[in-house]
Design a protein around this ligand. Structure first.
Ligand SMILES: [Zn+2]
Length: 355
């Protein structure tokens, strides 16, 4: 089977170059520039384009990144790994996942591999229970995680200070977000604090795998973190105008973002869960949702474009009739978007709705 190059990669690289966001003195260009032959073959496999996009920002030209799910027509929740996906995962230098059970299809494959590649997960919350300590890597044995939170990096046996700090910060933030956002919500790419930490973790992980490129990885990761920080500030700046206003969501997808913007959740009990599970919405929940949109203090309806049916369409129509702003949210960026552009336009739309 021939491995086609990631179709999105070209577009992403072009975008990155155009944005000059991560171009630095270290050079995001030729893999040979920093003179490592190991890096020539660096292959990162991500579960969705959210993560391939983030990795691509940090990777620069030192390897390739590909997403297993690259079409917004595919729902990651119900996705099953193909033979082709398995082959890609088996050849990966690094696997980057959402975690929290969201992309379990990839975790299962990785866990079944004899040579298990290192895995980096954005969210290490509930639903994530398997043991990463059984690594093939000899180094792993000594450093391998006694602690769940350490598992990603355990297989490199490097524990320099900045690394440890990043880990600690990530763990702390994840905990804070748990409390703040009441996570069981695995859609963590809408949690910009968490993504900012994750960008740092990507930089550290790539540096561990390919030390010759470390300076560049860290520099690009820092640039990405600063861009994400800018987005984070825009969201937090909305808190004043969002005060006392509510949102309703058809699925618990962008919840973190909406709450960071200061909006209050007015979604009737059971509604978002029913939609996400593909269950019928109860007539009572549907009526409450419609009432909240018509007569309530709801300013924004967060509408998952990737999971729609008759009932969600009805909710959307009710919002439109009631003059409630419909904010499109989804599992993955659109076909020609990278993560940053996508988040940027979502925040544009949110700003527009709260004007
Ligand atoms: Zn979802």
């Amino acid at each position: 089977m021939k491995l086609a190059p990631a179709p999105r990669r070209t577009a992403l690289t072009a975008l990155v170059a155009a944005g000059a966001l991560v171009l630095s003195a270290c050079g995001a260009s030729a893999p040979s520039q920093e003179g490592s032959s190991a890096s020539d073959g660096l292959r990162v496999v991500a579960s969705t384009t959210v993560y391939s996009s983030l990795v691509s920002e940090v990777l620069g030209g030192r390897g390739e990144v590909e997403a297993l799910i690259s079409s917004s027509g595919q729902d990651p929740h119900s996705y099953e790994a193909s033979a082709r996906d398995k082959l890609k995962l088996s050849k990966a230098s690094l696997v980057v996942l959402n975690g929290g059970g969201y992309d379990a299809f990839a975790e299962q494959v990785v866990d079944s591999l004899e040579q298990r590649p290192p895995v980096l997960e954005a969210f290490e919350g509930e639903g994530h229970s398997h043991d990463h300590a059984e690594e093939a890597d000899a180094e792993a044995a000594s450093t391998a995680a006694d602690d769940h939170a350490d598992h990603d990096h355990a297989d490199h046996g490097h524990a320099d200070e900045s690394h440890a700090e990043t880990e600690a910060a990530a763990a702390e933030t994840a905990d804070a977000d748990h409390a703040e956002h009441d996570h069981g919500n695995e859609h963590v790419w809408y949690d910009l604090h968490l993504m900012k930490d994750f960008a740092g973790r990507i930089g550290e992980e790539l540096s561990a795998i390919d030390p010759d490129g470390a300076a560049g990885y860290r520099e690009r990761a820092a640039a990405l973190q600063s861009t994400l920080g800018g987005l984070e500030e825009r969201v937090e700046a909305l808190q004043t105008v969002a005060k006392g206003r509510g949102y309703l969501m058809t699925e618990p997808v962008a919840q973190s973002l909406l709450e960071d913007a200061g909006l209050t959740n007015k979604t009737p009990d059971g509604l978002a869960e029913a939609i996400e599970e593909g269950d019928e919405i109860s007539p009572l929940a549907l009526k409450r949702a419609q009432d909240a949109l018509r007569f309530g203090s709801v300013t924004v309806l967060a509408y998952n474009e990737q999971t729609t049916d008759e009932q969600t369409t009805l909710i959307k129509a009710t919002a439109e009739q009631a003059g409630v702003h419909v904010l499109s949210v989804s599992e993955t960026p659109g076909a020609d978007e990278d993560y940053l552009t996508w988040m940027g336009s979502t925040i544009d739309a949110l700003e527009g709705a709260l004007k």
